[in-house]
Write a protein that binds this ligand. Structure first.
Ligand SMILES: C[S@@+](CC[C@H](N)C(=O)[O-])C[C@H]1O[C@@H](n2cnc3c(N)ncnc32)[C@H](O)[C@@H]1O
Length: 379
C-alpha cells in the first residue's frame, strides 16, 4: 500500500518509472524541448549535475535520433555526451561520465579536455544544492552552480549553441539574467508543467551563444560580485526582462495534482524506480534512524540538524530493506510536538497502528511544506 502512495500523489514520478526514466526530471527537459526545440541538430552535449541520469537518458535518445536522421542525409557525426555530477552515477550507454564538483576548476578542466578541438552544441545543467532550509543560502548556492555551469559553457559551446539551466526565480534573478544576456541574445525563463507550481524552480533557455568580441574564457572569471548592489537601480539595457514561457499545454498532467492510479483508462501497475542511487547521500540519514531504533544512546534526534528533508524525500523514492521500519520510527518522531519556549515535549501523537502510508504522508508533508517555504521549525 505504501509503495503506491508516491505514485498517487506524483504522476510524473509514476510515469517516469513506467517509461523507464531514472527520474521525473526527464519530463522537464522533454517539455522544454517541445516548446523551445533545444535538440534540433545537436550531436554533442554536456549534462552538468546529471545524477541519477534522466536528462542524460533524454540526451542519449534525442542525439541518437538526430544521428539516424543525419546518416540518412549522409552528413553525420556520432553523438557525444559528457555527464558530470558530484554523486556516482550508474553507467549509461553512450554517455561519458565524470564524478566531480562543477564549481571546481579541475572538474571543469576535465570536461573541457573531452572537447579538445571540438565544441558542444548544447550544455544543460539541472544543478541543485542539497537544500539547507536557509532560503537565501540555498538560492545563493544554486546561483553559484548556474554561474559555474555558464563558465564551463563559455569554454566548450560552439557559437550559436544552446545553454539550458535550472534557475531559482528569487529576489535577484534579474542579475543572473543580465549575466546570461552578455553571452546569449535570446534568454527565456521556462516553467515545464512537470515542475511544481509551488517550487521557485524554473529553467533558463539561452540560445545562439555569441560571446562578446574579444572575450577569452578562463576559470577565474568572477561572474558574481560580492559587493552590495541595488539591482532595482538598473535601467535601460542594464535591466533585462526575459520572456516567461510555460512549457506543456493543458493536456499534460498538472504536477501539483493527485491523480487516480488508473489514469486515463490505463490499468495501474506498480513499477520499481528505474535506477536507485549507488551511493546515496541519505544513506547516512537512514543509518542514523537505524541506530535510534536499535536504542543507541549515541544518537540524539534533532529535526533541523540531523536530517535534510531532501534526503528524506529521496529515501522515500528509493526504499531499502530497512526503510519501512525507519520511516515508521521517523513518523512517530514527527508527531511529537515541542513547546517552543521550553523546548520540551508537550504532546505525543503516536499511533501504534499507524499505517505505512500515513508514515510516508507525514514525511512528504513535512518536505512539501518546507519546499513551499511554510517552515515551522517548532515541529
Ligand atoms: C536535481 S538533481 C539532477 C537530476 C538530473 N538532471 C536527472 O535528470 O537525473 C541535482 C544534482 O545536482 C548535483 N550537484 C549539486 N551540486 C553539484 C556540484 N557542485 N557539482 C556537480 N554536481 C552537483 C547533485 O549531486 C544532484 O545529483
Amino acid at each position: 500500500m505504501g509503495k503506491t502512495s508516491k505514485d498517487k500523489r506524483d504522476i510524473y514520478y509514476r510515469k517516469a518509472k513506467e517509461e523507464g526514466w531514472r527520474a521525473r526530471s526527464a519530463f522537464k527537459l522533454l517539455q522544454i524541448d517541445t516548446e523551445c526545440h533545444i535538440f534540433d541538430g545537436v550531436s554533442k552535449a554536456v549534462d552538468l549535475c546529471a545524477a541519477p541520469g534522466s536528462w542524460s537518458q533524454v540526451l542519449a535518445r534525442k542525439l541518437n535520433e538526430n544521428y539516424k536522421k543525419a546518416l540518412e542525409k549522409g552528413d553525420a557525426s556520432p553523438p557525444k555526451i559528457v555527464a558530470v555530477d558530484l554523486q556516482a552515477m550508474a553507467p549509461l550507454e553512450g554517455v561519458i561520465q565524470l564524478q566531480g564538483d562543477i564549481t571546481n576548476t579541475n572538474t571543469a578542466q576535465q570536461i573541457i579536455a573531452h572537447f579538445d578541438n571540438t565544441q558542444a552544441d548544447l550544455v544543460v545543467c539541472d544543478g541543485a544544492p542539497d537544500v539547507t532550509g536557509l532560503h537565501d543560502m540555498d538560492i545563493f548556492i544554486q546561483s553559484q552552480l548556474l554561474l559555474a555551469a555558464l563558465n564551463i559553457t563559455t569554454h566548450i559551446l560552439r557559437p550559436g549553441g544552446t545553454f539550458v539551466a535550472k534557475i531559482f526565480r528569487a529576489k535577484d534573478v534579474s542579475f543572473l539574467y543580465a549575466q546570461l544576456r552578455i553571452f546569449f541574445p535570446y534568454v527565456y525563463c521556462t516553467k515545464p508543467s512537470s515542475s511544481r507550481n509551488s517550487s521557485i524552480e524554473a529553467f533558463v533557455v539561452c540560445k545562439d551563444y555569441s560571446p562578446p568580441k574579444g572575450y577569452k574564457p578562463h576559470m577565474l572569471n568572477p561572474l558574481l560580485t560580492h559587493e552590495p548592489c541595488n539591482f532595482e537601480e538598473l535601467t535601460g539595457v542594464n535591466r533585462i526582462i526575459v520572456p516567461f514561457v510555460v512549457c506543456g499545454d493543458l493536456s499534460q498532467p498538472d504536477s501539483d495534482m493527485c491523480y487516480p492510479l488508473n489514469y486515463r483508462g490505463k490499468e495501474y501497475k506498480y513499477h520499481e524506480p528505474v535506477q536507485t542511487p549507488i551511493a546515496p547521500p541519505y544513506a547516512e540519514a537512514l543509518s542514523l534512524l537505524e541506530n535510534r531504533r536499535a536504542g543507541s544512546s549515541a544518537f540524539v534526534f534533532d529535526h533541523d540538524t540531523d536530517f535534510n528533508e531532501a534526503d528524506i524525500s529521496r529515501a522515500i523514492e528509493n526504499k531499502s530493506a530497512t526503510w519501512t521500519a525507519s520511516v515508521k520510527e521517523y513518523a512517530f518522531i514527527s508527531a511529537v510536538e515541542t513547546d517552543s519556549e521550553t523546548n520540551t515535549i508537550v504532546k505525543t501523537a503516536q499511533d501504534e497502528n499507524k499505517e505505512e502510508e500515513t508514515a510516508i504522508d507525514a514525511l512528504q508533508n513535512l518536505y512539501i511544506s518546507k519546499e513551499a517555504g511554510n517552515i515551522d521549525n517548532t515541529k
